[in-house]
Ligand binder design. Sequence first.
Ligand code: ZN
Length: 154
Amino acid sequence: MSDDLRELYQEVILDHGRRPRNLREIPGADHRAEGYNPLCGDRATIFVALDGGVVKDASFVGRGCSISTASASMMTEAVKGRTLAEAEALFERFHALVTGEPAPAGGPDLGKLAVFSGVSEFPARVKCASLAWHTLRAALKGDAVPVTTETGAE
Ligand code: ZN
């Protein structure tokens, strides 16, 4: 990656970390789940409102480092208007990106989420970047148990 691109990516992450989008609760959300990353102390509660199997609205509340906040902010933007299957496919692509694994074939384009590609070089930050996504997945599955990245999730 060129230095210019790296800088641009950092700016996007810093911007979302400072001014997170969709930082609010959704009253009467169809799905919600809480996530916690004890390695860093990041906490995120994800809210999802569905309309006929499509994500009508997604939001989060919580506190965390700038990577976890930016990731939650950009995730809520990325999944809006997606079907549940598309949201799951985005999760898989994003997870592959931040863990440095090969991307699964097919599926939606990551778009702006590609700014997190540098995270794979920092193993300690992978859980910061993936917390919101694991929590989203738990919310959509309706798991009542709070998500922690210490249960083997990465
Ligand atoms: Zn963190």
